[in-house]
Design a protein around this ligand. Structure first.
Ligand SMILES: Nc1ncnc2c1ncn2[C@@H]1O[C@H](COP(=O)(O)OP(=O)(O)OP(=O)(O)O)[C@@H](O)[C@H]1O
Ligand SMILES: C[C@@](O)(CCOP(=O)(O)O)CC(=O)O
Length: 476
């Protein structure tokens, strides 16, 4: 039986920067924009190949060899070859620098006649998610149970990228063909890598493990998915962020308190002696010592979106995100421990007030929380010399709230900057139409880049099993 799992994107509506510190929490919304991963068994001449494709992009197909490493080092995953399905043009422009050759220790793959062998860039998120998932699976299955070859397909909703869709990937599917490589895809910042790692890991675990060992509909299953996705995502990113994006991908809308980073340093290098034992311990959270136990706090039931209210996102496509914002804010925090603590404590209470007001559907409560959050964010920006809510965004949020009757208020989400604005609006056709019309005029008048409403809306649900039939033909 094929398996399909989807996971939502994220927006950190309140708690940017604060959520990096366990003292504070973040108000995180899951989004209706999802990444879907389908896993099909394949019969292969070789028993050690898993092929992964992301058919919405050029040169986005990878073949992996895998084998068990001795000394409980886990499963080694090696990219054998990339190939592409689509345009001749992308084949011509692909650079040899991105070719990752076959490993002599593993069977070489001969692409079928419909796929030409061309260079494909490595995809660290896919590769690491596969390595962690197979390593964990190898600790659960008995020695006689082999990990069979499969074909894995990744499909993302439109809101993750601002590139226009040229067609759909198959006639019966609603997933767009973006007609660019992943490298040229223009991200909208909805957490594509976290949604990808989570849905990918969930689909692979659900496909290879019996439901007695992994069941996404149970709390235990969600905990396993969270722990393994968080570890794989951090490893692929090469840094430990707060992890709110993975939490949203697993649990959907929630109040999030981060984990202590020391938990992940315990895992060590992939392939090293006893790596698979440590992965199992972390994933199942069975460590005896405190510093190796998960201390994440995720409260998925304490925020709701009442009927009639929607959380929507404006994508500001001018690409002027300031680099090093986190570094500068944290430097200010260090340099003024007392002042920054006072400001962050006040921000935390306004953030909590926002969550309460949203859940209660209190319009005056939401307006007042937004106003005090924005005031403090601007102060933090001034003190740390970081454009967290830049003047342009202040003008946009104020103008939208004033001009469009259904717009309750808004804020710059996550780290802030120039890239996006989140709005709470009345969930009706009239408000959406008026907001879109307002943004069109605003973009034309300001002439600095396009501001547009994304299709994605705030949604409560996290990762879930999907029905494979609903994807239409062409993915097996
Ligand atoms: N549809 C997809 N198929 C395969 N890989 C993808 C896909 N979408 C994203 N990725 C992987 O995720 C990477 C982008 O992750 P990155 O963390 O830079 O962005 P993001 O998570 O969307 O952004 P942000 O954290 O700002 O919200 C891509 O380079 C690619 O490796
Ligand atoms: C600044 C920070 O708190 C939020 C960043 O959010 P975003 O990537 O802008 O959505 C960093 C983090 O939580 O990892």
């Amino acid at each position: 039986m094929p398996t399909a799992v989807s996971a939502p994107g994220k927006v950190l509506l309140a708690g940017g920067y604060l959520v990096l510190d366990r003292t504070y929490t973040g108000l995180v919304f899951g989004l209706s924009a999802r990444i879907h991963v389908l896993v099909h068994d394949i019969s292969s001449s070789s028993s050690v190949e898993i092929s992964v494709q992301s058919p919405q992009f050029h040169q986005a197909a990878w073949i992996y060899g895998y084998h068990l490493i001795s000394d409980q080092g886990g499963v080694d995953v090696t990219q054998l070859q990339g190939y592409e399905h689509f345009s001749l043009l992308s084949r011509l422009v692909a650079s040899p620098l991105f070719f990752f050759g076959t490993s002599s220790s593993i069977n070489k793959h001969s692409p079928s006649t419909s796929h030409s062998a061309v260079p494909a860039a490595r995809n660290p998120f896919v590769e690491t998610a596969l390595l962690y998932a197979l390593t964990y699976i190898s600790t659960v299955l008995s020695a006689s149970q082999k990990i069979k070859p499969t074909k894995i397909t990744i499909l993302a909703d439109d809101s993750y990228y601002s590139n226009p869709a040229t067609s759909t990937v198959t006639p019966s599917s609603h997933f767009s063909n973006f007609d660019v490589s992943l490298r040229d895809a223009h991200k909208t910042g909805l957490g594509s890598s976290a949604a990808l790692v989570t849905s990918f890991t969930g689909a692979v675990l659900a496909h290879y493990l019996p439901t007695s060992s992994f069941d996404l509909t149970t709390t235990e299953g969600q905990t396993i998915l969270h722990n393994i996705s968080q570890a794989a995502h951090c490893s692929a990113q090469g840094k430990v962020g707060s992890g709110f994006d993975v939490a949203a991908a697993v649990y959907g809308t929630c109040i999030y308190r981060r984990f202590s980073p020391s938990i992940l340093s315990y895992i060590g290098e992939a392939g090293s002696k006893d790596f698979s034992k440590r992965v199992k311990t972390i994933v199942e959270n069975t460590a005896s010592s405190g510093s190796e136990k998960w201390d994440t706090e995720i409260s998925a039931n304490s925020v709701t979106l009442p009927k009639g209210l929607a959380m929507v996102m404006c994508d500001v496509d001018c690409g002027s995100q300031t680099v090093g914002m986190v570094k500068k804010v944290l430097e200010w925090r260090k340099s003024d421990a007392e002042g920054s603590k006072k400001l962050w404590d006040e921000l935390q209470s306004s953030n909590t007030a926002l969550a309460t007001a949203i859940s209660a559907g209190s319009i005056p409560g939401i307006k007042s929380a937004f106003s005090s959050i924005r005031e403090k964010i601007r102060e933090m920006g001034k003190l740390s010399d970081v454009p967290i809510e830049p003047q342009e965004q202040t003008e946009l949020i104020d103008a939208l709230t004033e001009a469009v009757p259904g717009v309750v208020g808004g804020v710059v989400p996550g780290a802030g900057g120039y890239d996006a604005v989140s709005l709470l609006v009345k969930d009706d056709e009239e408000t959406m139409t008026k907001t879109k019309a307002f943004l069109k005029k605003w973009s034309a008048y300001h002439n600095k880049g396009t501001v547009r409403l994304l299709e994605a809306k705030g949604e409560l649900e996290g990762a879930r099993l999907e029905k494979v039939e609903e994807y239409g033909d062409g993915f097996a």
